[in-house]
Ligand binder design. Structure first.
Ligand code: GAR
Length: 216
């Protein structure tokens, strides 16, 4: 891997707090990467403002403007390629990523989910875990595949559910953890420390290689 910063393309649909954490970690040099472009499926996503505040190109691509999903995904792929994106980061992007993009960026698309996958996949991971009554939930960062919230897991961390937790109080702790764990996973990728073997992701730390290590 070269020494120049890895070019990230971040896909969002909403607030973009994970995008902000990633931009901040790039700007301080903690992650050897730069956000080359932000693409949102929604025009009113606050994440677009966050990108503009940091002089990052911010683009809204609306599904309604295309005949079908394939054409929509092609338009996204074209933008990613135009900006020389090397790693695609789904950060609250609430659509299934198309095969067109997954093929072009094979094993180079990451996603974050606010639960311990494979539990509570979908758009309401925090609420679903709380409603189910589990005692522990958490955060997962994984490589994306053609199934929503599925693919080889890079990092996971647990968040205990406390007596009296509401969706808001739990979301606050989950989001705080997301803002640490996602930059950590991206950093590992940029440093060439992630190796996918089937469904598993090996993480290389110094000269030892082992499965998921949370103490990096
Ligand atoms: C995050 O909590 C992320 O884990 C979740 O959307 C939120 C986006 O927040 N993604 C999913 O639920 C994917 N299934 P953000 O826009 O503030 O980063």
């Amino acid at each position: 891997m070269s020494n120049s910063p890895v070019r990230l393309g971040v896909l969002i649909s909403g607030s973009g707090s994970n995008l902000q954490a990633i931009i901040d970690n790039c700007e301080t040099g903690i992650i050897p990467a730069q956000v080359a472009v932000v693409i949102s499926s929604r025009g009113d996503a606050y994440g677009l403002e966050r990108a503009k505040n940091h002089k990052v190109p911010a683009i809204h691509i609306a599904r309604e403007e295309f005949l079908d999903d394939a054409a929509y995904n092609h338009a996204i792929l074209e933008k990613l390629q135009e900006y020389g994106v090397e790693l695609v980061i789904m950060a609250g992007y609430m659509r299934l990523l198309g095969k067109e993009i997954l093929d072009a960026y094979h094993n180079r698309v990451m996603n974050i989910h606010p639960a311990l996958l494979p539990s509570f996949a979908g758009a309401h991971g925090i609420k679903d875990a709380l409603d189910y009554g589990v005692k522990v939930t958490g955060v997962t960062v994984h490589f994306a595949n053609e199934v929503y919230d599925e693919g080889p897991i890079i990092l996971q961390e647990a968040v205990p559910i406390q007596e009296g937790d509401t969706e808001d109080t739990l979301a606050e702790r989950i989001h705080a953890l997301e803002h640490v764990i996602y930059p950590k996973a991206i950093k590992l990728y940029c440093e060439g420390k992630l190796k996918i073997e089937g469904k598993k992701v090996r993480i290389t730390v110094s000269d030892t290689e082992h499965f998921i290590d949370q103490q990096i």
